[in-house]
Design a protein around this ligand. Structure first.
Ligand code: HEM
Length: 417
């Protein structure tokens, strides 16, 4: 494939044709269709022709950079979808990502006070050691699945350390994390047994976290749960279910997203041998390159909001009570804001993308996710001999909002020490 070329999607319904033949108000339905997963970007470009548009199902989709930026900072948009008539999550179970001020701000500031840059930095050595171990485990094999063997186990182990899950409980924790991450797929083919397994994982994880919190309250350790419980020196520590729901959010929000960043990262590089070679020669490129990955192939493609009032934007009015989709991934490729947005430019600076959101819900784990990707990607590139994709595009998970490959089978000539 030529340097920085697009992948060969010729085996699929052609994404650009699909975008051209779809009526504007059905574009979002097309995006949700799993067939669009390998390349939704032509559909986003088609949507951006009307940056704020009502879709046939009544949802409002916002796809322009300026409009998304404005709405991310607009208090008339709520993260609690009950305000658009959707009541899938009980109020008591809503974590801070689904809350508005003031309760959002209370929970967020408690987490921010403890999940500091120093805490992220303290995890660096573990991320390095784990990366080494996972790559070593490939051994003499010449084929492996990057998702199952590296991208999945790494973030969940890191979160275990962060939360203070004792090493002997890690395996159980991995099991719950995997089941819950997979439940985010909203896969229509999910069987009753699989759905029951998800319910069970939720209940067991809840009970486990409750018990862990009790243990930490009695005997604090050097971990985030102990820190969030407080040492009596701050006035507003988290209590009871608040703490269970917040720690569960950290697990769920930080797991699958980081898996996808690592996997999308390798996929993007392997499609571009010229950039891969340049990265091998200039590992310091990793900092702007990870940022570009988060812009170009974001794990989180869109987020839902509810309109609390009539909102005039982009020459139209979103009515109060509407369900609004902020199509972050479309904004991050808006040509009004980025030069050559459809091109992967590893040293793109400035790069003010929406990959980690924006406004009051801006991703709390962004520094940790960046650090993990900045360690694992250069190591993979350095240690894998002649890595090749076995399928392009790879199979994707069905979910459109959290987009990433289900497997990324690679062929290699071996690993370097
Ligand atoms: C590549 C990895 C990641 C990506 C792409 C990502 C992306 C995002 C995005 C787009 C949001 C905004 C949601 C919204 O506006 O509704 C968000 C929020 C959040 N993220 Fe991440 N995230 C990643 C990793 C992590 C990690 C590792 C953690 C924690 C360990 C984490 C914790 C959170 C939390 C707690 C929120 C909610 C913040 C709030 O509502 O105030 N994320 N993330």
């Amino acid at each position: 494939m030529p340097h920085n070329a697009r992948a060969d999607f010729s085996a699929l319904p052609h994404a650009a044709d699909l975008a051209a033949s779809t009526p504007h108000d059905e574009l979002f339905a097309r995006i949700l269709d799993p067939v669009s997963r390998p390349d939704p970007y032509p559909l986003y470009a088609a949507l951006r022709r009307r940056p704020v548009s009502r879709q046939a199902d009544g949802t409002w989709v916002v796809s322009g950079y300026d409009e998304i930026a404005a709405l991310l900072h607009d208090p008339r948009l709520s993260s609690d979808m009950a305000n658009a008539g959707q009541t899938t999550v009980r109020d008591a179970d809503k974590s801070l990502i689904l809350r508005d001020p003031p309760s959002h701000d209370h929970l967020r500031s408690a987490v921010m006070a403890q999940f500091t840059p120093a805490v992220v930095e303290s995890l660096r050595a573990q991320v390095r050691a784990l990366t080494d171990r996972l790559i070593d485990a490939i051994g003499s094999r010449t084929r492996f699945d990057l998702v199952e063997e590296i991208a999945y186990p790494l973030p969940v182990s890191v979160i275990c350390t962060l939360l203070g899950v004792p090493p002997e409980d890690e395996t159980r924790f991995h099991g719950w994390a995997d089941t819950l991450a997979r439940s985010l797929d909203l896969d229509p083919t999910m069987t009753q047994e699989e759905a029951a397994a998800v319910d069970r994982a939720f209940t067991e994880l809840h009970a486990y976290l409750k018990e862990l919190i009790t243990r930490r309250a009695e005997r604090p350790g050097n971990d985030l749960i102990s820190a969030l419980l407080g040492d009596g020196s701050h006035t507003d520590p988290l209590r009871g279910d608040e703490l269970v729901i917040t720690t569960r959010l950290l697990l769920i929000a930080g797991h699958e997203t980081t898996v996808n960043l690592i996997t999308n990262g390798m996929l993007t590089l392997l499609r571009r041998p010229g950039i891969l070679a340049r990265f091998r020669a200039e590992p310091e490129l990793v900092i702007p390159m990870v940022e570009e990955l988060v812009r170009y192939e974001p794990s989180v493609q869109f987020r839902y909001r509810a309109a609390l009032a009539d909102i005039e934007i982009g020459g139209t009015t979103i009515p109060r009570g509407s369900s609004v989709v902020l199509l972050l991934a479309a904004g991050s490729r808006d040509p009004k804001h980025f030069t050559e947005p459809e091109r992967f430019v590893p040293d793109r600076i400035p790069n003010e993308h929406f990959g980690f959101g924006g406004g009051i819900h801006y991703c709390i784990g962004a520094p940790l996710a960046r650090m993990e990707a900045q360690i694992v990607l250069p190591e993979l590139v350095r240690r894998l001999r002649a890595p090749r994709l076995t399928a392009d595009p790879p199979p994707y998970r069905p979910t459109a909002a959290l987009r990433g490959p289900k497997h990324l089978l690679l062929e290699i000539d071996g690993i370097r020490p």
